[in-house]
Design a protein around this ligand. Structure first.
Ligand SMILES: Nc1nc2c(ncn2[C@@H]2O[C@H](COP(=O)(O)OP(=O)(O)O)[C@@H](O)[C@H]2O)c(=O)[nH]1
Ligand SMILES: [Mg+2]
Length: 231
């Protein structure tokens, strides 16, 4: 992998969507800077110090349109300056040192979208209470439908830790405004014949703050966008 990096940095844009993550954003940005030539934070109109902290580190911040993480993903892709983008959360769930693994298949010209698979790498966020069990079960049911429909062999269709060619993402014309963007991106890429692959990636427990995903508010959107994109 070293030969693909300049000064140890990958020629990519690492995009970090962040809404009210003041406790963890500095560490995540600082640990991503040595890995990627460009680091871009998409701020979801945080009411805490998230934006100020990022600017204090001399890192570029763009604002999303205030409608959710899915929109933030698109805003980040449009603002990125490199041809390959990698997404990671601001809450400590993803290890910036795993980014080279994600990006390598794309840089080698072997893949267009690489998903960090919690099925292969394990997750600290999908086990332990009822809400997590529902996420695990829901995610697996959605995954089974996707693999059946597209004859794929994925083990994670949802993880936000992923890398994609920027032109491919823009070509997908995604419309989901919330975290349903991940399954939409996965399904549309498969449907259009892009090469989708995965690498093992461990998901760590969020280090501070609370999840922005409230299942009882969004489950219907997951089912709806799943069925719509399976057709
Ligand atoms: N820009 C932006 N980021 C968001 C928004 N909602 C969540 N995020 C970020 O997206 C990442 C995923 O977090 P979250 O939604 O809590 O999901 P979870 O950590 O998987 O439970 C975190 O870095 C959040 O700060 C939003 O509306 N806008
Ligand atoms: Mg998380």
């Amino acid at each position: 992998m070293d030969h693909m990096q300049r000064n140890g940095k990958l020629p990519i844009t690492a995009i970090i969507p962040a809404r009210n993550e003041e406790a963890t954003i500095a560490e995540i940005v600082s640990r991503t800077l040595p890995v990627a030539e460009e680091v871009l934070v998409v701020d979801g109109h945080s009411t805490d110090r998230t934006k100020a902290i990022v600017e204090g580190l001399g890192v570029r911040v763009v604002a999303d349109n205030g409608v959710g993480k899915g929109d933030a993903i698109r805003v980040g892709a449009r603002a990125a300056t490199h041809d390959i983008v990698a997404y990671l959360d601001a809450d400590g769930s993803h290890d910036p040192n795993d980014i080279p693994l994600l990006v390598e298949p794309i840089m080698r010209g072997q893949s267009d979208l690489v998903i960090g698979s919690r099925g292969r790498g394990g997750s600290d966020e999908l086990h332990g209470d009822l809400e997590k069990l529902m996420r695990l079960l829901g995610g697996d049911i959605i995954l089974i439908g996707i693999n059946w429909r597209f004859k794929s062999k994925l083990t994670d269709s949802q993880n936000g830790f992923r890398a994609i060619r920027r032109d491919v993402l823009l070509d997908l014309d995604t419309t989901e405004n919330i975290t349903t963007i991940e399954q939409e991106m996965t399904m549309k890429a498969l449907k259009l014949g892009y090469r989708v692959s995965e690498v093992p990636a461990h998901e760590y427990a969020r280090k501070a703050g609370t999840s922005k995903i409230v299942l009882k508010r969004v489950w219907f959107r997951y089912i709806y966008s799943w069925l719509k994109n399976l057709m």
